[in-house]
Design a protein around this ligand. Structure first.
Ligand SMILES: [Zn+2]
Length: 148
């Protein structure tokens, strides 16, 4: 997939910034944001992007419509109402970045048990694996996504 979109936005393939489609430029077949466009020669760009072994593939932005119980250390938390997307290659469920402040506020003390990682663009993300959804009775977004 050469045109990954998230939430209706396009991803710059070099820095991962999300932009409106009209703010995306094409340079030798790659979609770039305005600040990355023209920064490299075509040759440099090909070298740089082919050395990134992983091309990002993500689902559209989704919302937890039902009870979704996650375990942070020993605390259980219901993610219902939060927005997320699925990282298809990693098979992880990633909380939408703009939901992080809300989660932090709602978790209070429990926030210290949350693992914030850097994705391959260097952006901070909270990613859950299939096993993090501890209550088998409630919704598991990863199982649901790949079984559809
Ligand atoms: Zn960029």
């Amino acid at each position: 997939m050469n045109n990954p979109t998230m939430n209706g936005k396009w991803l710059c393939q070099l820095c991962g910034k999300r932009e409106d489609e009209r703010a995306i430029q094409e340079q030798c077949g790659f979609n770039l944001c305005l600040s990355c466009d023209g920064k490299h020669t075509d040759e440099e760009l090909k070298d740089k992007l082919s050395s990134m072994t992983k091309v990002r593939e993500v689902s559209l932005s989704l919302t937890f419509e039902q009870d979704t119980i996650i375990g942070f250390n020993r605390n259980e938390f219901n993610l219902k109402g939060y927005r997320y997307y699925i990282d298809i290659k990693d098979e992880t469920c990633v909380l939408e970045q703009d939901e992080m402040p809300r989660l932090k506020a709602e978790l209070g003390e429990g926030w210290r048990d949350v693992i914030v990682e850097k994705d391959w663009f260097g952006q901070e993300v909270i990613a859950f694996s299939k096993e993090d959804f501890i209550n088998t009775e409630t919704f598991n977004p990863i199982t649901a996504y790949f079984e559809e």
